[in-house]
Design a protein around this ligand. Structure first.
Ligand SMILES: [Fe+2]
Length: 450
């Protein structure tokens, strides 16, 4: 285990040198579920919010090499593959009156500590970053909860965390019917889309630098894979990425962006140099009764992919608080659509019972029965394949509960459920001098899902 933490090329800091013990109480009493009854939210809960424009004059593409130390990039080159993490819906917030804060915190911490341990014990080419699939902070993305739900849980994760925003990150409330108390995505933009990598005002003294993503939609270019991230807005359902022909009062800028990105990436993809992952918080396909698939984004994406003649190799989403894996067939291409909203908030079973997997409707096959466990995706990408493994922390260690490998040349998958226990060594945490004392106030309110 390294005792020296990474410093990014622009001076970015990520993990604490001594992460300390997990919290057992929240520093801030989370009372935001009461905002579900606020005049602004009740009046506007079925409406989308406008999409914040990207930072002016900044490219919509960011390069991994600008966020990690040169030796990390050298290790990726040397290994001929990149390893990274992805999952959504991580925020620790109580989901019922009966759940203790300690339970909520422990559920998020089980995943957060496992991915931090993989970085520490990952050998010559450990995971290079975490791509968060949205719903970072419940229930309204408030800055004051970023410590308890983001900075503190990931204080031991010594790598950059990129993020697309989920509905909870953009949802707004207020005591007047027409004006929200704070603009949509205010704290998300402050912490993920800053102009420079400074200390966050929301970090409570922890060192993790704010991220400098260009906006809520962007592409992360890494060796072997590019990840196109889209913002699917604030509704519990459905996801919305465009006006859908004037149906929603938002811009179509994300469609223009997606089209230009697929056009940009097509030569490298066709040359067998680069895979393409598309990430959006709301899943285009889902069997979860609470969080079903979103046909609007699915049609938007299909229209553009058809026009350009290029589909993403894999589609990643969160929002539904479980793990689901579909295969979508487009011609001879098999595209994994993976839902992993299993990062710590309220693992939730499907409300409607789906037929046993595998079952097929049209061009979509649900390959495995939904897995209702907290867990995360470990993704390994090379020039020839992308392997996605769903790993679940258990008291016996980290268990691999599903995997799929996509051959980038043929566009076909091989897959297999797995029950092996990975040999990940969990990091031993010691008290950190940088952490504030947690609040002694107990949390009183319940929160909603999503
Ligand atoms: Fe969500």
């Amino acid at each position: 285990m390294s005792s020296i933490n990474m410093v990014g090329p622009s001076g970015q800091l990520y993990g604490e040198v001594v992460p300390g013990q997990d919290e057992t109480q929240f520093q801030q009493d989370n009372t935001s579920s009461e905002y579900y009854n606020s005049p602004y939210f009740t009046n506007h809960k079925n409406q989308v919010q406008s999409i914040p424009p990207p930072q002016p004059g900044v490219p919509l593409q960011i390069l991994l090499k600008d966020f990690v130390a040169p030796e990390i990039m050298a290790a990726i080159t040397s290994a001929n593959q990149i390893v990274f993490h992805s999952v959504g819906d991580t925020g620790a917030a109580k989901v019922s009156k009966n759940q203790t804060a300690a339970t909520a915190i422990a559920q998020q911490a089980s995943v957060a500590d496992a991915i931090a341990a993989e970085v520490q014990s990952g050998g010559a080419n450990p995971p290079a970053f975490f791509f968060h699939l949205g719903d970072v902070v419940y229930n309204f993305g408030e800055g004051k909860y970023y410590y308890d739900q983001f900075f503190e849980p990931y204080r031991g994760y010594d790598r950059p965390i990129f993020a697309i925003a989920g509905n909870h990150d953009g949802m707004v409330f207020g005591n007047t019917p027409d004006v929200p108390q704070t603009p949509s995505l205010l704290a998300f933009l402050r912490n993920f889309c800053a102009a420079s990598p400074r200390v966050s005002q929301d970090a409570g003294g922890l060192v993790r630098s704010v991220m400098t993503q260009p906006g809520v939609y962007f592409t992360l270019d890494t060796p072997f894979v590019s990840i196109i991230g889209l913002y699917s807005n604030v509704l519990d359902g459905p996801g919305v990425i465009s006006s859908q022909g004037g149906h929603y009062p938002i811009s179509d800028d994300q469609l223009t962006f997606l089209e230009s990105e697929l056009t940009r990436l097509k030569p490298a993809r066709k040359a067998g140099k680069q895979g393409i992952i598309l990430a959006l918080h709301h899943p285009p396909l889902s069997v979860d009764g609470d969080h079903s698939g979103s046909t609007g984004p699915s049609a938007d994406i299909d229209n553009i992919c058809t026009k350009i003649g290029l589909w993403p190799d894999i589609v990643l989403s969160g929002h539904a608080h479980l793990y689901q894996r579909f295969t979508r067939r487009v011609g001879s291409q098999q595209i994994p659509y993976i839902v992993s909203g299993s990062g710590g908030f309220a693992a939730t079973a499907p409300q409607t019972k789906a037929p046993p997997a595998p079952f097929t409707i049209g061009d979509q096959t649900l390959e495995v029965d939904p897995i209702i466990q907290f867990g995360y995706l470990n993704i390994v990408a090379s020039a020839t394949q992308i392997k996605v493994v769903f790993r679940c922390p258990t008291v016996y260690g980290v268990q691999e509960n599903d995997s799929v490998t996509l051959d980038l040349k043929s566009g076909t998958i091989s897959q297999g459920a797995s029950t092996s226990t990975a040999s990940t060594t969990l990091v031993t945490k010691k008290p950190s001098a940088t952490k504030k004392k947690p609040s002694t106030k107990a949390r009183k309110k319940t929160s909603k899902s999503g």
